[in-house]
Design a protein around this ligand. Sequence first.
Ligand code: NDP
Length: 435
Amino acid sequence: ALKNAHEPEFLQAVLEVAETVIPFIEENPKYQNKKLLERMVEAERIIVFRVAWLDDKGQIQINRGFRVQMNSAIGPYKGGLRFHPTVNLSVLKFLAFEQTFKNSLTTLPMGGGKGGSDFDPKGKSDIEVMRFCQAFMTELCKHIGADTDVPAGDLGVGAREVGYLFGQYKKIRNEFTGVLTGKGISFGGSLIRPEATGYGVVYFAQSMLATKGDDLKGKIVAVSGSGNVAQYAVEKATQLGAKVITMSDSDGYIYDSDGIDAEKLAYVMYLKNELRTRISDYVAKYPKAKYIAGAKSWEQQCDIALPCATQNELDAESAAALIANGCICVAEGANMPSTPEAIAVFHKAKILFSPGKASNAGGVATSGLEMSQNSLRMSWTAEEVDERLKGIMLNIHAACVQYGADGNGYVDYVKGANIAGFVKVADAMIAQGVV
Ligand code: NDP
C-alpha cells in the first residue's frame, strides 16, 4: 500500500481482491510462499508517452498516453483503451488489475491490460478525434500486436475511435491482424461485440435471479449511464420482459415510468451515438418522462439496479436507498461502480450482488471470440456468438457459486469471482516459474 499510496482507485481494487484471496491462499498450501498476489499487483510493464496533435485551429495539443501491461500469464495482454480527462495511472492500474481476474474468469486465453489517455473527446470534431487517434497509435503500435497485446474500446473509445486506431496501426505496421477488438464488421469485427457487455450483464442477472427461482419478467430496472454498456443492457432487459425506468449521463438522469422501450431506446442511441448530445434531450421527445439534473438513478424505486456508467458512481447512501426501496439484485455493468461501503450495504442486506469483473465480462469474452475469428479468418453468425456469450456468462456464474457459496444458500459473488479468477492465473504463474 505504501508504494501505491498516491493511487486510491488502484488500492481500492487491490484491497477488495486481497480481502477474499488472502484467506484462500492461507487455506491452500499450493499457493503459499510464492508471493503470487505481490507479483500480480506489480504491472509487468507500463508505457507512458506524449501524444502531440494539431487541433482544428492549427494549435498544438498535448496529451498523455498510457498502456498498462499487467499480466500475461494466461495469454496476450487484453483490455480496453479509455479516453477521458480523469485518466491517470491509478485508474488504469485499477482497471488492468481487475481485467486480469475478469479475463481469467472468461475461460479464454487472455492476460490483463488497460490503457488510454487524458484526452477528452467531448466537444472535439470528428477530424480532431481522428488526428488524436492517429497520433496516439503512432506510439502505441510499437508496443502491441495480435500475439502481444490486443486493446479494445472503453469510456470514450467506441467504434469510431477503434476504426481510426486500427487504420493507423495497419498503415504503420503494414499488416492486417486482429490487433484491436471492437472493430467494424467490414474489417474483422465480430457480430454481437457492441451488444456483448450489456447483454452479458443481463444474462448474469438472469442467472443470479434463477438461484432464487426468479427471473426478469415484470421487474422494474434502474440503469445508469447511456453509453455502450447501458444501451444494450436496456435492450436485453426489455427483451426479457423487464421495464427499464432510468438512464443517465454525467449531468443527471431521466425517469420514464412507462419504461424505455425499443423505440425510445433507438432515440437514446441516436442522441448519444450520432448527435453525441445529452440524455436530458430525451424529455423533449418524450415529455411524460422527467429529467433530474445532478442526481443519480438510485433514488428511484426498482427491483434490479444495473450501474453501467463509471467507477464509484454508487455510494453507501445510494445503496441504502436501493435496499429501502426493495431492490433485490444489483449487477455491475461498469467497472467498480459500487464503492466498498456500498458493497458492504449489499452484503449486509444479503441481496444478489455481482461485481463488474464477473457480470461485465461478456464484452471482453466476445472480444476473445473476435480474436479467434480473426485468427481463423472466419466470421461466426450473430446467433453463434450470442450462444457462446450466454454459455460463457453461465460458466462465470457457476465459477462464482463454486468459490463464493456459503453453504446456506447465500453466494458472495465478490469472493467467488476473485478466487476463481485468481486460481487460473496463479496456476499459470507457478508453472512458468519466477518471472
Ligand atoms: P461509454 O463512453 O459508451 O458510456 C459511458 C457512460 O457513462 C456515458 O453515458 C457517460 O456520460 C456516463 N458517465 C461517465 N462518467 C460518469 C460520471 N462520472 N457520472 C455519471 N455518468 C458518467 O462507455 P461504456 O458504456 O463502454 O463503459 C461504461 C462502463 O463499463 C465503464 O466503467 C467501462 O470501463 C465499463 N466496461 C465497458 C465495457 C465495454 O465493452 N464497453 C466492457 C466492460 C466494462 P457522459 O456522456 O456524460 O460522459
